[in-house]
Ligand binder design. Sequence first.
Ligand code: PLP
Ligand code: ZN
Length: 440
Amino acid sequence: MALLISHYLRGVIVTATISRSTVVGLRCKECGHPYEASARHVCEDVCFGPLEVVYDYEAIKARVSRATIEAGPVSIWRYRDFLPIEGDPIDVGTGFTPLLKANRLARRLGLNNLYIKNDGVNMPTLSFKDRVVSVALTRARELGFTTVSCASTGNLANSTAAIAAHAGLECCVFIPSDLELGKVLGTLIYNPTLMAVKGNYDQVNRLCSEVANTYGWGFVNINLRPYYSEGSKTLGYEVIEQLGWQLPDHVVAPLASGSLFTKIRKGFDEFIKVGLVDEKSVRFSGAQAEGCAPIAQAFAEGRDFITPVKPNTIAKSIAIGNPADGPYAIDIARSSGGSIAAVSDAEIVEGIKLLAETEGVFTETAGGTTIAVLKKLVEQGQIDPGETTVAYITGNGLKTTEAIATSIGEPFLIEAQLDSFNAAWQRAQSLHRPTLETVG
Ligand SMILES: *Cc1c(COP(=O)(O)O)cnc(C)c1O
Ligand SMILES: [Zn+2]
């Protein structure tokens, strides 16, 4: 399929040919109005709803099978026919992260069939954002952008700066000025221009919309958002494939803007649509921090609209007070028989520690939120012990060490002598840890 597209940007017409692409164009999620596959994200002609990529599923179906996917690269690009790019991808090895059978955590929580999808070891920057940025920057390059940017809660800045460096794109990224040191260093090392904005994410985002209009840059999560968000679908595809081409019964995932959550669902639906997996209903449950829980609050109150909040939580990477995809996330949770719950900062720290102690996975605050909500939902009877449940761990704990620094004890400082060790070992033995010993 050949389709000529063009977009108008700061007086320059940029034209590109979609050749191998299965993309039909963009479409408004609310009113269905069609748009060409250019750098735009809202339905400017009609209703200001969000735009979404539309594919030719017959073309995908004709081209793709389990065997072709299994023969593909061990990265998100094995699913490239489901992604909104036309030419060669920017390939930094993103995706195909481990799906761990989490038996020890399951036993601790009272579940029988629990999996951890561990994007804390994603490449190149150890969070799920590498998926969305790999797709967005590939598309940015195709659309002729030479400078790329983002409004970030932390991980997105890491990912955009790293992948832009690899692709040789100019990069200027924006973060709230109060982020964790690991997130700041993990951006600066790639030598982008980093703007630390005195304000919260929602203020950063508003500023970035103005910059996008003025400078004509490719903002991965603003004017490139329809392409960016499609990258999250790969979290759905991978889980299906890693479960042996089956859908799980229940997924639990963190909610910031709500995009990741809705796109896991879209990924599942697409694999059903093209016949790669048998249809089955999957329950979707979402996790937020109490200090920024606008989606959980709306869900609890039976609303389908979001009342924005001012974030105040250690879970900075998911602290979005005015989440764009919140209403869609609520709809998915409600209609699938799932739930959306919020947990305190103390519970988030406990969640981080629990996952580390039972499974050897060190996640950041967003992952702690997911584990704490998983625990809460099991206690509330919202997750059936027999359900095949997948908890999405989206980021790495080494980036948010501040959050747990005072909650994890400290090393025994000893002399380089056996006596000193003997004494310390005895002290260690006396500090018994019953929860650890009772779990096989
Ligand atoms: C960005 C982010 C999310 C959620 O993002 P959405 O905006 O809901 O797509 C979850 N976890 C981590 C670690 C993140 O950085
Ligand atoms: Zn519209």
